[in-house]
Design a protein around this ligand. Structure first.
Ligand SMILES: C[S@@+](CC[C@H](N)C(=O)[O-])C[C@H]1O[C@@H](n2cnc3c(N)ncnc32)[C@H](O)[C@@H]1O
Ligand SMILES: [Zn+2]
Length: 281
């Protein structure tokens, strides 16, 4: 019910992922565009706007492990800083709109929106259905969508803030759906992120390198600034197992290496992020 209300109140934000025309939520709980492309609001309160099946390694077990880590405070220092940054930007705005592109199991967006000085509309999109399903169940009252961030199903200039946390980006789409002067906040892992696990999984291998995200952002945004956040997160055996389960780092590792990591008794891991902030032109 709460999710349906959030969709109904914000239908002006959407555009059809197939034809880009405007959409409305009909009484029979369908989001429909002017050309009659139609997407059902699921029983759990999300809409799938990327109806072709997507194969993803982000499955239910991964999101449950992520949630366990999150509720144990794994991201707390990062979330505190993101909340402060977002609040500074929206505190004087009427009914601000905030999107999390790559929202996973939804807790980052729900936590940030719940702590803002004035009420905001939160929209989470992710291509992994299991994440969106968990978000819709656990955090009612926000808008949860299965959608491809490379084909954002939103009108131009729809959002005051866009978050993009440890997820891929599509800058052409992001700048289109952000308002002029809207704030874009990206979080990327830094060199020491989970270094204790990396040494086990990738003895010789190089880190994945996706180019320099700060330089890429400067091509699309003004006033690009960075902040580094580094802290140690203490582990016990249960948290270590959940950490290994939640991170794509383990995807390339052999069963032997995963077992070695599970038995490693690592007492703490290093968390090391850069927050990159830019303003839409
Ligand atoms: C490492 S997870 C981070 C999730 C969440 N932001 C967090 O910090 O817990 C990366 C997320 O990006 C999502 N993702 C990857 N490609 C995507 C795409 N093209 N469109 C939408 N989401 C995508 C994945 O499904 C996954 O949930
Ligand atoms: Zn359409």
């Amino acid at each position: 019910m709460m999710n349906a209300r959030a969709f109904a109140q914000n239908e002006h934000l959407f555009h059809c992922p197939i034809c880009s025309l405007t959409m409305e939520l009909l009484e029979d709980a369908r989001l429909v565009c002017e050309k009659h492309h139609s997407f059902d609001l699921s029983r759990q309160g999300y809409v799938n706007l990327a109806p072709q099946a997507h194969v993803t390694k982000y499955d239910k077990a991964l999101f449950e492990a992520r949630k366990t880590m999150i509720t144990n405070g794994f991201f707390d220092p990062l979330l505190d800083r993101l909340t402060a940054l977002v609040d500074e930007h929206v505190q004087h705005k009427q009914a601000p709109t905030i999107i999390d592109a790559g929202s996973g199991e939804g807790s980052h967006l729900a936590s940030i929106v719940s702590k803002l000085s004035n009420p905001a509309t939160g929209v989470g999109i992710d291509l992994a259905k299991e994440g969106v399903l968990a978000a819709a169940k656990d955090y009612p009252g926000h808008i949860w969508l299965v959608a491809d961030l490379a084909n954002c199903p939103f009108q131009d200039d729809a959002f005051d803030v866009m978050l993009n946390i440890l997820s891929p980006a599509n800058y052409a789409e992001f700048t289109r759906v952000l308002k002029p002067d809207g704030m874009f906040v990206k979080v990327v892992p830094e060199n020491d992120y989970l270094k204790q696990l990396r040494t086990i999984f990738y003895e010789d291998a190089e880190r994945q390198n996706e180019g320099n995200p700060v330089e890429r952002m400067k091509d699309y945004f003004d006033n690009v600034k960075t902040e580094r956040i580094t802290y140690e997160f203490p582990l016990n055996q249960t948290l270590l197992e959940n950490l290994i389960q939640m991170t794509p780092l383990s995807w390339g590792a052999s069963a032997g290496k995963i077992e070695a990591a599970m038995k490693s008794e690592i007492p703490a891991v290093t968390i090391d992020y850069t927050i990159i902030i830019g303003t839409n032109e």
